[in-house]
Design a protein. Structure first.
Length: 540
């Protein structure tokens, strides 16, 4: 069946967005506090996985990507709802999953199939983790037949407690086609227990018992329909459950068992539409005396409109353009500046009295050309955060491998540098960071022995100084050992002597093959890192 639209034209945009979402996911995962995880950060990770899954499912040809994100999304949903406690090994698995997803995106981008072994391995690990919750005693009660209205769980939220106890969330979607309606119904089944729904041609109303906030529900729906089609608020269930329309498409059966045993299928929607099952009628929740107050408190049109306007502005504030197009514009502007300079030189021989208007026009052209050149060049500028954001994981994993405690501090993330330079400084900075982790910062017991905090600090900073950008990598470790460096230099017959000044001795660190490491590790010790750093920087 063909829709007549070639979706492949949108692949590159999807791949770029998926890469950005995965990078954001990694950053947030590394920032999470295991003892008290931030709800907004958990929601951010969930939305990233959900967005990738939705995009992969829409195209219908990225099955491994959709399946993997579906399994990850299910676990993240349990974590953000407080049903599973975060552990270090879970963060490690999530980070490993992110790596597999990145590899899958890269493979699909090249028109290849992702690594099947990696796909099977990570899916099994995610299923095993999900089964921990499934086999827990509380899980049995969750999946038991409902004899009464489900009791809402206590979750951290900005709404009044009475609202969640008394009223379910009511979701209304207007001006939607049947396909969108079905997709939304499937999503709501994953977000909580559907108590009742009404469906009339282009409008869907769903009453939902869920631990998710109205903002969460709205964010999920915005992947299917526009935000001006959505209304989410706490609202009492209609007295009669018979008001649900008989022509409503049947509800797809979704539960944790299915999520664990069966990855998401691309034709879930079509299968659900062909099902003969109908929603079980649920008893009405007991309404408290504060129901009216809770509804009034939760229904804030002005705040909702402001949030939607802000979201709309954010979405329209940027545009994705290929680097080759930017470079083409820069080249054309360069030609324009050369032509303008030629006109200025030619006009310098003209009589300013006779050609006053022409000379004024050329002067105005000169100003405009200069401003245009500066504006176009700024398009290629990227913040240093693009570079710094990749180091939290480098520090985390290498510090854990060496048994060290290291805190990464970044400064000047908003400092901008040309894209070509940004890409060329990544490798040198990586070498310096790994050297600092391996050689600079000591083991916790050694630091404590000399009165230091057992946790070392590694600082990355970027700042403007005059017409230059200064990048600094520093740590509070033991520093350079003059005797050790000098001894190693003499052993390697390097040109030096006992009285060599420190500044000259330090330069030997950049000599090819020079290293003070006592043994070679997978992090450093081969004597090529600092040599590469200097050559790369000099080549710029």
């Amino acid at each position: 069946m063909s829709s007549g639209v070639d979706l492949s034209q949108f692949f590159d945009t999807f791949f770029d967005e998926a890469d950005e979402l995965l990078a954001d996911m990694e950053t947030i995962l590394l920032e999470l506090d295991l003892d008290d995880p931030d709800v907004d950060k958990l929601n951010g990770i969930f939305r990233a996985a959900h967005s990738i899954k939705g995009g992969a499912g829409t195209f219908g040809c990225f099955g491994h990507l959709a399946d993997t994100t579906h399994l990850l999304e299910n676990i993240l949903d349990l974590v953000r709802n407080g049903e599973m406690a975060l552990r270090t090994d879970m963060i490690d698995l999530f980070l490993e999953t992110k790596d597999v997803l990145s590899d899958q995106v890269a493979a699909y981008r090249e028109g290849l199939e992702p690594d099947e072994e990696a796909y099977q391995r990570i899916c099994e690990q995610l299923k095993t983790l999900a089964s921990e919750h499934h086999n827990a005693p509380s899980a049995a009660a969750t999946h038991a037949p409902k004899e009464s209205a489900p009791k809402p769980e206590t979750v951290q939220s900005d709404k009044e407690p009475s609202a969640s106890d008394a009223l379910p969330l009511c979701l209304r979607i207007v001006r939607s086609n049947a396909k969108d309606i079905q997709a939304l119904r499937d999503e709501m089944a994953l977000m909580g227990d559907v108590l009742q729904e009404n469906y009339t041609n282009t409008e869907l109303t769903v009453w939902l018992h869920t631990t998710a906030s109205p903002d969460d529900i709205e964010a999920v729906c915005c992947f299917v329909v526009n935000d001006d089609q959505i209304s989410v608020q706490y609202e009492a269930l209609p007295r009669s459950a018979d008001s649900a329309s008989d022509n409503a498409p049947p509800m797809a059966d979704t539960g944790l068992d299915a999520a664990i045993d069966e990855p998401v299928k691309q034709n879930d929607t079509e299968a659900a539409q062909g099902s003969d099952s109908t929603p079980a009628q649920q008893p009405e929740p007991v309404l408290s005396k504060n129901a009216g107050d809770a509804k009034a408190e939760s229904d804030k049109p002005a705040a909702k409109a402001q949030r939607k306007a802000s979201s709309s502005r954010s979405e329209s504030s940027s545009i994705r353009v290929g680097v080759e197009r930017v470079d083409q514009i820069i080249n054309l502007v360069g030609e324009l500046v050369i032509t303008q300079a030629m006109l200025v030189q030619t006009a310098s021989t003209l009589d300013p009295v006779v050609h006053d208007r022409l000379l004024n026009g050329i002067e105005q052209l000169e100003r405009n050309a200069r401003d245009l050149q500066e504006s176009v060049m700024s398009i290629r500028m990227m913040p240093m955060d693009y570079v710094f954001s990749r180091f939290p994981r480098v520090v985390r994993e290498n510090a854990a491998r060496l048994g060290k405690q290291i805190r990464l501090v970044t400064k000047g993330q908003s400092t901008e540098l040309d894209k070509s330079l940004i890409e060329r400084i990544i490798d040198p900075l990586t070498h310096l960071v790994r050297n600092s982790i391996d050689h600079g910062i000591e083991l916790p017991e050694k630091r404590q022995a000399v009165g230091k905090d057992p946790e070392g600090t590694l600082t990355l900073s970027a700042q403007h100084q005059g017409g230059h950008i200064v990048l600094e990598i520093s740590d509070d470790g033991g520093g350079l050992n003059r005797e050790k460096i000098l001894k190693k230099a003499l052993a390697q017959n390097l040109t030096t002597n006992e009285n060599i000044p420190d500044e000259e001795l330090w330069q030997l660190l950049f000599a090819p093959g020079f290293s003070t490491a006592e043994q070679v590790t997978d992090i450093s010790g081969r004597g090529v890192g600092m040599d590469v750093v200097r050559r790369n920087i000099q080549s710029m």
